[in-house]
Design a protein around this ligand. Structure first.
Ligand code: DAH
Length: 377
């Protein structure tokens, strides 16, 4: 069938229509091409084209019929053309509105179907993580010290040389500063003192004693920094738990008894402890605590014979440094040196975790490979 525009662009005269019956069949033709077109499937955008094709003000089929057929019709045909046009217009308008409604409601149905929430789908399962092994070891240590009356304090990772060194009896010229040389911060012009990343948790001994009178019993878990090159046993960032107990009558026995209690709680009752003389500027006397090798039961011999690979046959493993607080330290915090005694210790957590869980590379704590982390749920 021809598109109706072919005829509606011409006048009745040009089409050779001179009689009423011709008018009727002409309109019947237009009506039937409308019927065919309007029965097609269409979506909204095509519906608009369709509407404009028929009802558009300028070039819509109905406007064309009005302009070319009706207005130019000879007077005797005008009423018939007018009546037929009204009929056609009513039919076209009704149908187009009908199609609009049905498109709208089916679009809505689609939208509803698309947006429907299917409650039977398995949800997004987010795996539950676990505490990092270092955090777990911190907690084990905290629990042990809580059980004997210690509490936790935490302090800044950025320190002044005063707290990190001087007040701990490490003056500027002291050779141990060489070992502890660390990361100094770039400061804005006019800053009054240098700042550095703390090399140990010991500065919190000073900060705690500045704020509290004896008795003091605290542990200080935290991160520390040193200018070490990374290898299997070194990292420029690692973790410590500092301990400090100060009172009027704390003896060396209290000190070793506390440490022994801690080590047995942490590694199990079968281990033995020993201490060896050592040196730290802020303790006097200073000691290094060892634990009997938990892997070979302190024999130095592996289960299957041969040398124990963990303690290398030594039967003991070095654990951490400690000592009775040097009286010089009390003078920095206005404690009465003569009346006060106490002990302190500084435990390297990474090292302790490596011993307890048989880990041979400190770097795994920082790489955070989930294959490693998952082993400690
Ligand atoms: N601050 C020392 C270090 O990082 C460890 C230490 C040793 C801490 C003896 C202490 C202590 O409190 O008494 O190497």
């Amino acid at each position: 069938m021809q598109a109706p525009q072919e005829k509606t662009s011409k006048s009745l005269q040009e089409l050779g229509v001179t009689q009423r019956s011709q008018v009727d069949s002409l309109f019947a033709e237009v009506q039937s091409s409308f019927d065919i077109e309007s029965s097609k499937e269409f979506i909204e955008i095509l519906w608009k084209e369709f509407r404009d094709e028929w009802l558009g003000r300028k070039s819509g089929v109905l406007s064309q019929i009005t302009d070319n057929w009706l207005k130019l019709a000879p007077p005797e045909l005008k009423p018939a053309v007018g009546a037929a046009l009204n009929k056609l217009r009513a039919a076209v308008e009704t149908k187009i509105e009908e199609r609009r409604l049905s498109i709208e409601s089916s679009e809505e149905k689609w939208a509803l179907a698309r947006e429907r929430i299917d409650l039977s789908l398995p949800g997004v399962v987010r795996p539950i993580g676990s505490h990092h092994l270092i955090r777990q070891v911190f907690q084990q240590i905290e629990d042990i010290f809580f059980s004997i009356g210690f509490s936790v304090v935490e302090g800044p990772e950025i320190e002044t040389p005063y707290y990190n060194f001087e007040a701990l009896n490490i003056p500027d010229f002291h050779p141990v500063r060489d070992d502890m040389d660390t990361f100094y911060l770039d400061l804005p012009k006019g800053a009054t003192q240098p700042l550095l990343l703390r090399t140990h948790t010991s500065p919190m001994q000073i900060r705690t004693m500045e704020n509290r009178q004896p008795p003091v019993r605290v542990i200080v878990p935290g991160k520390v920094y040193r200018r070490d090159n990374p290898d299997a046993t070194h990292s420029f960032i690692f973790h410590q738990v500092e301990g400090l107990a100060v009172d009027t009558d704390i003896s060396f026995c209290d000190f070793t008894g506390t440490i022994e209690y801690f080590v047995k709680q942490f590694f199990g009752p079968a281990v033995k402890t020993r201490f060896r003389p050592s040196y730290f500027p802020f303790t006097e006397p200073s000691v290094e605590f060892d634990v009997s090798c938990p892997f070979c039961g302190g024999s130095g011999t592996a289960a299957g014979g041969g040398t124990c690979s963990k303690c290398k046959g030594a039967a003991w493993i070095e654990l951490f440094g400690a000592g009775m607080v040097d009286t010089a330290v009390y003078s920095y915090v206005n404690y009465e040196q003569k009346k006060i005694t106490g002990f302190a210790f500084g435990i390297g957590i990474d090292r302790l975790a490596m011993i307890k869980y048989s880990i041979d590379d400190i770097q795994v704590f920082f790489q955070n490979d989930v294959r490693f982390l998952r082993q400690f749920p």
